[in-house]
Ligand binder design. Sequence first.
Ligand SMILES: NC(=O)c1ccc[n+]([C@@H]2O[C@H](COP(=O)([O-])OP(=O)(O)OC[C@H]3O[C@@H](n4cnc5c(N)ncnc54)[C@H](OP(=O)(O)O)[C@@H]3O)[C@@H](O)[C@H]2O)c1
Length: 330
Amino acid sequence: MEKSFKALRIIEEGDRYLRKIENRKVSDLPEGDTLIKVRYSSLNYKDALSSAGNKGVTRNYPHTPGIDAAGTIVTSSEKTFSEGEEVIVTGYDLGMNTEGGFGEYIRVPSKWVVKKPEGLNLKESMIYGTAGFTAALSVYKLTETVDKDAGEILITGGTGGVANIASKILVKLGYDVVVATGKVDSQKEELLKLGVKSVISRKEIQDEKGKAMLKSRWAGVIDTVGGATLGDVIKSVNYNGAVTTCGNVGGDKFESSVYPFILRGVTLYGIDSVQCPMDLRLKIWEKLAGPWKAENLQEMISIVKLEELEQKIDEMLAGKKAGRIILTHE
Ligand SMILES: NC(=O)c1ccc[n+]([C@@H]2O[C@H](COP(=O)([O-])OP(=O)(O)OC[C@H]3O[C@@H](n4cnc5c(N)ncnc54)[C@H](OP(=O)(O)O)[C@@H]3O)[C@@H](O)[C@H]2O)c1
């Protein structure tokens, strides 16, 4: 008899989007040469948007979200994968318009699949997930240009998933990290536990006067916020410093003059985890599993079952999320 499995489905009904755990068949899954039994996934903001009917993320419903998945190979036409082998899929179209990790099985092209590196188990790989991968990619780019003795590194959106992991990695690598947050009163102590040098208010990095350049302050910046914040921080970067940009929670437009670039030689790196080429993707996962691995990975998570996921999606959409949410299909 054909295998059936559970998945959290988002169903479009008029202008409402309903969530329902349904039984699916493997033959319902999209085309693809690799079938994976998913053991863990994680909840990202993009999944919450997909669950809420955001057509910029997911065009067609019904749909199974889940941009991250870790599990074992069931079948693959790619000879280098064997049955039962542990693998990770993040990015590409997973969970967007391809059924994702909120189902117990996914079927995807083998070129999306990463062999799980030694040094990480499947659960740990999902504690990182897309947020951790993006953080590591940002650190990788920044540290190409900025040496650890060059000065302080600013990380914006401090309490967010990407910022949190980027802070841990940079502290581990011996950088002096300053975190900017909108929640300095309530979260300062928690953020200091990451080992960062100081925690400052988001307001402190805002440029109220609209100057073209500000006093040099940062050797580098990992910006996870975008919008006006990105334009402001670029003005304070030291000579030959660098900024990475990965997010748009603070807006998708920023203003800048050319002066930080032509007078201070500042480099701006765009960070994309979705289409990141496979050779770099593998390199980043190896770093997360080895020299960059955080000691206290299990501390920042809650593990939920499919039945509990709906409530977590609502909390994320209401801005009440704290820490990473890991979905187990075990
Ligand atoms: N490029 C890629 O491939 C890629 C991959 C993953 C994620 N992303 C993007 O990267 C960004 C960060 O992701 P994440 O997972 O870390 O998100 P997250 O966990 O939701 O954290 C974002 C943080 O940004 C700050 N923030 C929220 N709204 C803000 C506003 N209006 N102005 C300024 N700061 C604000 C908050 O931190 P404080 O309150 O502490 O300031 C919040 O915790 C998102 O935009 C996400 O879509 C991009």
